[in-house]
Design a protein around this ligand. Structure first.
Ligand SMILES: [Fe+2]
Length: 280
């Protein structure tokens, strides 16, 4: 994984985010999807917590990547309904088929209003349902599991009749939902929710999150034979009353591959899991 962390000249730090460029090695994907480009942002928290310029720069960065698909993985708002009116102007304009799941804050503020706001700009909102989109000469199944933190998740319903002979991507706001996915289900799951720990004190933050049954904090994991990527989210941090320490905002840009030269990422993910266990 490569990360780009320094703001370009003239860009204030509060408008900046890290770009994670990740090769996801998933040997089971369709050969038609070797090199598939997927962009993800999460936990935008539109409102006073996130400078609008940061969100617009993130949309520009996604478009510069020319993704085949874009994924938004929940928590577009925080507590107030007012930012719902700003979702379209801040998150609109992604130049790829864009799929959306809701997070716990979205349910607390108003799921129906947020859903229709995204639908009005042509984005597909998935609440325990899936969509099939043709990319190149093969289908991609995009499965959206609703938020698990508020008890809205229903993996069985989301996967019901989802074609298996396809590249299958899952969106689920809370990373622990990945435990509910079918074992070795040939799935790549994209999540958020944790803000990468928000305030990261080495070892302590992850230990506390593990106690809270949130062992998947940021980056790549292998969970029951499926891949899981936990995005640190775009919202909060500098320019916000809610700081981030050691966990900068993130835009994640993925390239899917059936094989990678040299080191395989699932093995790297396993190694990282072992290192984390040893660090307990
Ligand atoms: Fe959340």
């Amino acid at each position: 994984m490569k990360t780009r962390s320094r703001p370009p000249p003239g860009v204030p730090a509060r408008h900046h985010f890290e770009t994670s460029e990740v090769t996801l090695v998933a040997p089971w994907i369709s050969s038609a999807h070797e090199g598939l480009r997927v962009a993800q942002i999460s936990d935008v928290h539109v409102g006073p917590g996130t400078p609008a310029a940061r969100v617009r720069r993130a949309v520009e960065r996604i478009n510069a990547f020319r993704p085949h698909l874009a994924l938004l993985t929940g928590d577009y708002v925080t507590r107030s309904k007012r930012p719902v009116a700003r979702l379209r102007e801040q998150l609109g304009g992604i130049a790829a088929p864009t799929f959306v799941v809701l997070g716990n804050h979205d349910h607390q503020v108003g799921a129906a209003a947020i859903r229709s706001s995204f639908e009005s700009i042509g984005y597909t909102v998935l609440q325990n349902e899936h969509a099939v989109v043709r990319v190149g000469r093969a289908p991609v199944v995009v499965v959206g599991v609703d938020d698990g933190h508020t008890g809205h998740d229903d993996v069985g319903r989301a996967l019901h009749r989802a074609p298996e002979a396809a590249t299958r991507l899952v969106l689920a706001h809370t990373p622990v939902t990945a435990r509910k996915l079918p074992e070795h289900g040939r799935l790549v799951c994209f999540s958020g929710h944790t803000h990468g720990g928000q305030i990261v004190i080495p070892r302590l933050t992850e230990a506390v999150l593990r106690l809270a049954d949130q062992p998947f904090v940021r980056g790549l994991y292998e969970v029951r034979g499926n891949l899981l990527y936990v995005n640190r989210g775009l919202g909060f941090g500098r320019g916000s009353p809610l700081l981030r320490v050691g966990s900068p905002p993130e835009v994640a840009l993925f390239t899917l591959s059936r094989k990678a030269p040299g080191r395989r990422l699932p093995a790297a993910a396993e190694e990282r899991r072992r290192a984390e266990e040893e660090g307990q």
